[in-house]
Design a protein around this ligand. Structure first.
Ligand code: DX5
Ligand code: ZN
Length: 216
């Protein structure tokens, strides 16, 4: 049932991760979105595989791993070992994107390609038939709680047109500044999957907020 909702663990209480993951398990969320940062590709560092192994053990939802790192192709095996459903790599971090997509599929995972706000959707023309999802960053990657970039709405429409013009089955995911207001407009523009960090975890009723996003 659309839209899919993927709460981002980046906004969870890291001193109560087990509690917050249990909340996600009990919720209507479809996936758990995990933001890995390296301090090189983005100006911040989040969490790495030793933490994610614990997260993966506790979480009953499919894992959607968003790698904001250089050379993400080095970690296909590690992401697979988590039992991840989806491995998302940035277009800007992959010189040989076609090969990376192939390797992700070889490891039995779905392949997502992420675009920064300044990267046009047209660069995906030659891979759109091979990817399972395109993640459009609707803020500059690296931090939660940032302001939604308005131009993203037009970008979602453009990507929808690109997908419809091909035999691609790619889902459109959006990430950054998603709340009930921006989420509604993104879904109207053609988004299939909403990532939401602070909107979910800072809500007084996170389960109710996930339900409300699911209703958009
Ligand atoms: C940012 C991350 C996002 C982040 C979104 O670089 O990719 O997933 O958690 O946070 P919010 O929803 O608070 O904008
Ligand atoms: Zn993310």
């Amino acid at each position: 049932m659309y839209p899919f909702i993927a709460p981002s663990l980046l906004a969870a209480d890291f001193s109560n991760l087990a509690r917050d993951i249990e909340m996600i398990n009990q919720s209507e969320a479809d996936w758990l979105h995990l933001d890995v940062m390296d301090g090189v590709f983005v100006p911040n560092i989040s969490f790495g595989f030793p933490v994610l192994e614990h997260v993966a053990r506790l979480c009953t939802k499919p894992l959607d791993v968003h790698l904001m790192i250089v050379n993400p192709e080095k970690f296909v095996r590690e992401v697979k070992a988590l039992g991840a459903m989806m491995m998302n790599v940035h277009y800007e971090a992959c010189t040989h994107l076609n090969r990376v997509i192939y390797e992700i599929h070889e490891h039995g995972m779905k392949a997502g390609v992420t675009l920064n706000p300044s990267t046009p959707v047209g660069v995906l023309e030659d891979v759109i038939g091979d990817v399972d999802m395109v993640l459009l960053m609707t803020v500059n990657p690296g931090f939660g709680g940032q302001k939604f970039i308005e131009h993203s709405i037009e970008k979602v429409r453009k990507l929808r047109r690109l997908i419809e013009g091909t035999r691609s089955h790619a889902l459109i995911q959006v990430d950054g500044g998603v709340n009930l207001e921006t989420g509604k407009r993104l879904v109207e523009a053609g988004a299939d999957v909403l990532v939401a960090g602070s909107t979910v975890f800072n809500a007084s009723d996170p389960l109710g907020m996930i339900h409300a996003l699911k209703e958009l």
